[in-house]
Design a protein around this ligand. Structure first.
Ligand code: KG4
Ligand code: ZN
Length: 336
């Protein structure tokens, strides 16, 4: 079979990214233009600002991906693009660009679910990895526990009922005025704090549930911070960060292991921005070892948003016969 070269485009939130891949798992280039500095001063992503910045950056980002791969549009076989979930205006920039390229170059268009992209980052990281496995997808917008039965075949076991895991990190960091995005900052501070110093709740929900809830934990941390302020007592941010992170990590790890054991899997795969969390990686590795479960996670640059992961998902969709036409639309709440 001839090689299939994919041009992938991602613009669902605050990263404008384009990548070139050979046969889905071989990343030739992966350019990510982050808007983090732009949104920092607002303490979070401002949708309209994000869309405008995507418009400004997207052509140059795609050209850089081609240049770095030493390729031109003539070398491209398929075009993969995130069409949801995400911010609608942001998604439309990448999607309209992909559609225009697909039409002009007469190449197949493959719409990709962003969450499926996060899972697929693991296929790039570990070339031998094959489904089936349990996947814990934890990002700024999503928290899912899923059975990955095959390429493109998922069964959702549980999801968050309120905040996503990354959202909780970001909100707690914001409350302590630590900066944006909060996840990496809390991760770094946690290393200097005592994780057992403050007993924040672990929210497990019903015994048989694989769902998550982080808003109760968030309120508990906010109440703790307010009470300290009222009493004019010092807040040790490192201890708050470490204790909060420990609460999130314990629940995520325990539910992922429960799912693997109950459903009969020997592999747990992490995905999404929060998969970069050092506490989560450490605890999952330790706990899985004692249960004889294998753990995989992507490198830090593949955990957060990037187009390479979208290209990998697009490749498997394409070889499984899934091609979209130009009526493909952005779907902000697209389900896995
Ligand atoms: O996957 P991603 O780039 O975007 C979404 O699809 O949402 O995830 C971004 C999220 C943010 O909430 C950020 O705070 C979190 O991932 N994050 C982390 C870490 N690095 C990024 N959370 C905890 N620990 C980290 N090291
Ligand atoms: Zn993402």
């Amino acid at each position: 079979m001839n090689d299939i070269i994919t041009l992938a485009i991602e613009s669902s939130c605050d990263e404008t990214s384009a990548a070139i891949l050979k046969n889905g798992r071989d990343v030739i280039s992966n350019i990510v233009a982050t808007q983090i500095d732009l949104h920092k001063k607002f303490g979070g992503v401002v949708p309209e600002v994000a869309s405008r910045k995507h418009v400004e950056s997207i052509d140059a980002v795609i050209q850089s991906a081609l240049d770095e791969a030493n390729m031109t549009f003539d070398d491209i076989d398929i075009i993969g693009v995130t069409h949801g979930p995400g911010l609608v205006g942001a998604l439309l920039v990448g999607l309209s660009t992909a559609k225009a390229l697909s039409f002009a170059l007469n190449k197949p268009l493959v719409g990709v679910n962003h969450i499926e992209g996060h899972i697929s980052a693991n296929f790039i990281q570990d070339k031998e990895l094959e489904p089936p496995f349990i996947c814990l997808i934890v990002s700024g917008g999503h928290t899912h526990l899923a059975e990955v039965k095959d390429y493109g075949k998922y069964e959702i076991l549980g999801r968050t009922r309120d905040d996503a895991a990354g959202e909780a990190f970001d909100k707690i960091a914001r409350a302590m005025k630590l900066g944006y995005p909060g996840g990496p900052i809390i991760d770094r501070l946690s290393k200097m704090g005592d994780k057992d110093s403050i007993k924040f709740p672990r929210i497990y929900l019903e015994n048989d549930s694989y769902d998550f809830s982080f808003s109760g934990l968030k309120s508990s941390v906010l109440n703790y911070l307010n009470a300290k302020k009222m009493k004019n007592e010092d807040i040790v941010v490192e201890d708050v960060a470490a204790s909060f992170q420990q609460s999130v990590v314990e629940v995520l790890t325990s539910k992922a292991i429960k799912a693997a054991k109950e459903k009969g899997y020997d592999k747990i795969v992490l995905a999404g921005g929060v998969a970069a969390n050092s506490g989560l990686r450490e605890m999952l590795v330790t706990e899985c070892k004692s249960h004889n479960i294998d753990v995989k996670y992507p490198s830090l640059d593949l955990c957060t948003d990037n187009a390479a992961m979208i290209g990998c998902a697009a490749y498997y969709d394409y070889i499984n016969g899934k091609v979209d036409d130009l009526s493909l639309n952005a779907v902000p709440n697209l389900k896995l």
